[in-house]
Design a protein around this ligand. Structure first.
Ligand code: GRF
Length: 221
């Protein structure tokens, strides 16, 4: 495998439950060897997840870990941890994974798990962020790419992008525009975390200047 400008090619494991458009954005980015990250494994809790087909089409190994095959949440979490760890990830990416990870899982990959969420956190956490923003009548929402800690939709923020709510929006149309921003930001975040370019200082995340393509260092010194 070739080497990109950031050196050695790093390994990403992606967890998903749905159609996998964010996985696709990442796969598209990895097609350029200079990106320096390969998707080593895609894991889903749902065998019918469309994202698994995207992975298969790209020749990426897949695994299904079903909660229903396990006695309880701890057992599910333990299998998930083992499956992910076996792929030796430099970064673990939650891309529409609709399960809450157990503490043990989170502690197994410290500051190396990323999530993308379709709102400007801390507004509208939870499974219905786009619907909730519309119901609230907010004029601006967006997406947040953040590190995962032991609380839901809570860890330190790497990137956010704002998306205006249009008068005629329904959940699908608004989510579609939010996803466009997620597709832009998630691959950037995956690359940074995989290559150890992210410094976490409490809730503040420092990333190299220009890493989001806008030439601004978040957090400063
Ligand atoms: C994304 O909007 C993500 O933020 C949310 O679920 C959606 C997944 O979309 N958690 P996709 O499966 O990547 O298309």
């Amino acid at each position: 495998m070739g080497e990109g400008p950031l050196g050695e090619v790093k390994r990403a494991v992606v967890l998903l439950s749905g159609q996998g458009s964010n996985l696709q954005a990442l796969l598209d980015a990895t097609a350029d060897a200079a990106f320096g990250v390969t998707v080593a494994l895609v894991v889903s809790d749902r065998p019918e997840a469309g994202g698994l087909d995207r992975a298969r089409r790209a020749g990426v190994p897949v695994a299904v870990v079903r909660p229903g095959d396990h006695a309880d949440r701890d057992a599910f979490d333990a299998t998930l941890r083992a499956v992910v760890a076996a792929a030796r990830p430099d970064v673990v990416c939650l891309a529409g994974f609709m399960r809450i990870l157990g503490s043990e899982f989170v502690r197994s990959f410290p500051d190396r798990i990323l999530n993308t969420h379709p709102s400007l956190l801390p507004a509208f956490p939870g499974a219905h962020a786009v619907r909730d923003a519309l119901a609230y009548g907010t004029r601006v929402t967006g997406c947040t790419v953040h590190l995962v800690d032991e609380q839901v939709d809570h860890g330190p923020v790497l990137f956010q992008a704002a998306v205006e709510v249009a008068d005629g929006d329904d959940e699908a149309s608004l989510h579609e525009r939010i996803k466009r921003e997620e597709h832009r930001l998630l691959p950037l975040a995956v690359r940074l975390v995989a290559h150890g370019q992210v410094r976490v200082d409490g809730r503040r995340v420092r990333i190299p200047a220009g890493a989001d393509g806008r030439g601004v260092e978040r957090g400063g010194q």
